[in-house]
Design a protein around this ligand. Structure first.
Ligand SMILES: [Zn+2]
Length: 428
């Protein structure tokens, strides 16, 4: 088993050791691995993420060799495996090495981990909500609480209590006890029975739990604890939080984003939600006004077109290609033409990309003025559209009274020509 220097002190960042085993890269494991007699590197476990850092050894005539430790893992036999970034030269077994861990990363992890102890204890103390798991991601941490829901007031309450413990700067101590002793001490969480000796972490007069991780020496070093999102998960409720450096970084990021939003509105930070609400309301109103105006415009244009169009065979045929209005407006126009009370056929197109065609006729149900035959039922819009589009490779279709289609995007086909073709077919 590797001797774990971080058990005794999480302040050990530099250490000397001896290489016990070296595994060169293989097809299964692309990175070389080194096992040392003792190490201060923390392996990923108990929710806390591994350390990174350097191993230095004497490379003979080439001077000191520095190897980057990219990942550290716990092997099942109790040894700690240091995975290295691909490297040309590895130390032989028995070589003396000097290890140094990245202190900022370690400190940041200690803050999150100790903050988790305090936060979990606060949720127990105030609301009897036990923590069932802890997760440390790159930019936030989370605990899962065994409870179906946590209210916003409880989030604020637990955050306040946890920060009180931080501000009181209580000592955080490590001690070792037997399992029998631990059972009498009333730990917040007793680990599964694996070892006879347990490592206890005590936040003075507030929390006592068994843990193998690295922790700060006094609660003040956690820095602030900020609770963020909470959400329902399978095993209860997940609460996200950040501590120390991480809390500062995230607050800075939030502030920057909010400041940019506030500048766009020329408003104060805390007025941004109200400004956004107002913006939504305004754009909803404007959208409604625009739709109403387009509706009126389509109606007037339809009436003008019908007015200037002579009736043939008891119906009016309106042919119109829009070069500056989209297919939505073309459709609206066609509807207005065919629902104005006079039997009519609308052959309409929009040349705005993507170009499209609308063929519509007054519904056969509407009684037509008779002037021989059955006006308005002489054509099938769906069939007509298919016929016209088939000649140019377009797609579309519809019913007897209404059909819609498009010509291939980017083609040079003139929609006006297709309309004339359709008009000619009906007229003949
Ligand atoms: Zn811990």
């Amino acid at each position: 088993m590797t001797k774990r220097l971080y058990y005794d002190s999480s302040e050990i960042h530099e250490f000397d050791s001896v290489v016990e085993a070296v595994t060169p890269p293989s097809p299964e494991q692309s990175r070389p691995a080194v096992i040392l007699r003792e190490t201060a590197f923390y392996p990923t476990s108990g929710g806390q993420v591994h350390d990174t850092g350097w191993l230095t050894f004497d490379g003979g005539g080439r001077g000191a060799e520095r190897l980057r430790v990219a990942e550290v893992a716990d092997a099942e036999d109790g040894r700690i495996v240091h995975y290295l970034e691909a490297t040309a030269k590895l130390p032989p077994a028995g070589a003396a090495v000097h290890g140094s861990i990245d202190p900022e990363r370690r400190r940041e992890h200690m803050q999150q981990h100790t903050g988790q102890h305090v936060l979990s204890a606060a949720f127990i103390e105030l609301y009897q909500m036990p923590t069932v798991s802890f997760h440390m991601a790159d930019d936030y941490c989370s605990i899962d609480l065994a409870t179906p829901a946590v209210s916003p007031a409880q989030i604020v309450g637990a955050e306040k209590r946890a920060n009180e413990i931080v501000f009181e700067n209580r000592p955080v101590r490590v001690r070792y006890v037997s399992r029998a002793e631990a059972e009498k001490l009333g730990l917040r969480k007793l680990p599964p029975a694996e070892r006879d000796e347990l490592r206890l972490i005590e936040v003075a007069d507030f929390d006592l739990s068994a843990c193998g991780g690295t922790h700060v020496g006094a609660s003040g070093q956690i820095g602030s604890i900020i609770l963020r999102k909470s959400e329902r998960v399978r095993q209860g409720t997940r609460v996200e939080f950040v501590c120390g450096d991480r809390a500062v970084r995230l607050a800075r990021r939030d502030y920057t984003a909010l400041s940019e939003a506030a500048a766009l509105f020329s408003a104060k930070l805390w007025d941004v939600p109200e400004q956004i609400r107002k913006g939504f309301e305004e754009s909803k109103l404007l959208r409604k006004q625009r739709d109403d105006a387009l509706d009126e415009l389509a109606e007037l244009m339809a009436l003008a077109a019908l007015h200037s169009q002579p009736e043939t065979n008891g119906r009016k045929i309106v042919v119109r290609a829009f070069s500056d209005r989209d297919i939505g407006f073309a459709k609206l126009f066609a509807q207005k033409v065919t629902r104005a009370g006079t039997p009519a056929i609308a052959l309409v197109a929009s040349a705005v990309d993507p170009p499209g065609l609308i063929f519509a006729q007054t519904s056969s149900q509407i009684p037509a003025q008779t002037s021989g035959g059955a006006p308005g039922s002489a054509a099938d819009m769906g069939a007509l559209l298919k016929q016209v589009l088939s000649s140019v490779g377009g797609r579309g279709g519809g019913s007897r009274d209404f059909a819609q289609g498009g010509v291939p995007a980017g083609s040079n086909i003139k929609v006006e020509r297709l309309l004339q073709q359709a008009a000619g077919t009906i007229g003949s």
